[in-house]
Design a protein around this ligand. Structure first.
Ligand SMILES: [Zn+2]
Length: 74
């Protein structure tokens, strides 16, 4: 993937967590996305391997891009 800001090739990697990884409208004590309307789950909780979402890094622009149509294998 090319950086949408500078156009250079981005570095592929993962964002990893022992918990579900999701986008929500705001931070909440109850973090699970299923309790928040409009949320997007980036990686379901996996007890075996943890959660991981594929993410692309641009070190020059200090941006990270996550395409959540991609699968969560990682
Ligand atoms: Zn960039």
């Amino acid at each position: 993937m090319n950086c949408p800001y500078c156009g250079k090739e981005m570095e592929k990697g993962v964002i990893q967590s022992p918990h579900e990884i999701s986008w929500k409208k705001k931070k909440s004590f109850i973090g699970r996305a299923m309790f928040h309307e409009g949320s997007v789950v980036l990686s379901e909780l996996s007890f075996m391997s943890g959660s991981a979402a594929i993410a692309y890094l641009c070190r020059d622009c200090k941006k990270i891009v996550i395409d959540y149509s991609e699968n969560t294998e990682a």
